[in-house]
Design a protein. Structure first.
Length: 291
């Protein structure tokens, strides 16, 4: 029992930075769960990855003008993400190009511009910090930001939950009743950007989307209702964060990739044995039809 305590609880009981990292995982999970689920439901999973990278040039500009200043990098990242979302939406609205294609185009431009800015005005260490983050280095200011964004996200979803579901499954019906589909879509994109800003502080722009998307995708192999998808995705994201931190502490692995790899392992398990449309269920179904 002592060995189990030392392995699973000891790091968080003994070190304040591990406790802060665990609280950061909880805050990120509460916001990332509903965001990831609705990205999957709206068939915008890859756009989530695009939005994660779109904050990079803004964060880089904040870094150039204020150094590793959390307010400056967060504000810059938020403005850059909103700008990319607005530009992509305008292109898809006024040209024949689809929204995913316009997001992909602006994503590549943003990523290249952001890496160029950090590389030319900082060091390789600064670039790695922005791209991969450091959840073990989260301070009280970062925790306050993450908790604030998570709170705003949950309150916003409570306010627009029914309208957002209608916008996912029947936009024509929603438009006939209220004509507010565009408003719900805009609010949702702002929430995506906010959570990407929170995530990149801890996991970096390359890893933040992993904690958001992998648990949401895995949840669809277990449950059906939207509320249960959100609950399971948030719980899985937190479990991934906890297990990733333990592995990072025990084996001296980088924390961000460890967390995302645990989330990836949960996805592979779900894909294999989940009770809804997993590989196992499909194999059993085919055998039943053949018999």
């Amino acid at each position: 029992m002592t060995g189990l305590y030392d392995m699973l609880i000891g790091p968080f009981a003994d070190f304040a930075f591990m406790r802060r990292a665990l609280v950061a995982c909880l805050a990120l999970s509460l916001g990332a769960g509903p965001i990831g689920v609705f990205l999957v439901l709206r068939r915008m999973s890859l756009i989530g990855d695009t939005m994660a990278h779109s904050v990079l040039p803004g964060a880089a500009l904040g870094f150039i003008f204020a150094g590793l200043s959390l307010p400056a990098m967060s504000l810059g990242g938020f403005l850059a993400g909103v700008l990319v979302a607005m530009a992509s939406g305008l292109v898809s609205r006024y040209t024949p190009q689809k929204e995913d294609a316009s997001f992909a185009a602006f994503f590549m431009i943003s990523l290249a511009f952001g890496v160029l800015l950090v590389s030319t005005h900082g060091t390789s260490v600064d670039l790695i910090h922005v791209l991969f983050g450091s959840i073990l280095g989260v301070d009280d200011q970062s925790l306050t930001l993450m908790a604030g964004i998570s709170t705003v996200t949950m309150l916003a979803f409570a306010a627009i939950y029914r309208g957002l579901i209608a916008d996912c499954f029947d936009r024509t019906f929603l438009a006939s009743l209220e004509g507010r589909g565009g408003i719900y879509h805009g609010i949702f994109l702002v929430l995506v950007v906010l959570n990407m800003v929170a995530g990149f502080q801890a996991l970096g722009t390359l890893m933040a989307v992993g904690l958001m998307m992998l648990p949401a995708i895995a949840a669809r192999f277990w449950v059906r209702q939207v509320w249960s998808l959100i609950f399971l995705a948030s719980a899985s994201a937190f479990v991934s964060g906890y297990c990733g931190l333990v592995l990072s502490y025990r084996f001296d692995w980088p924390s961000g990739p460890s967390i995302v790899l645990v989330a990836g392992l949960l996805y592979l398990v779900s894909l294999t044995i989940g009770p809804r449309d997993s590989l196992l269920i499909n194999v059993l179904r085919r055998r039943h039809l053949r018999s």
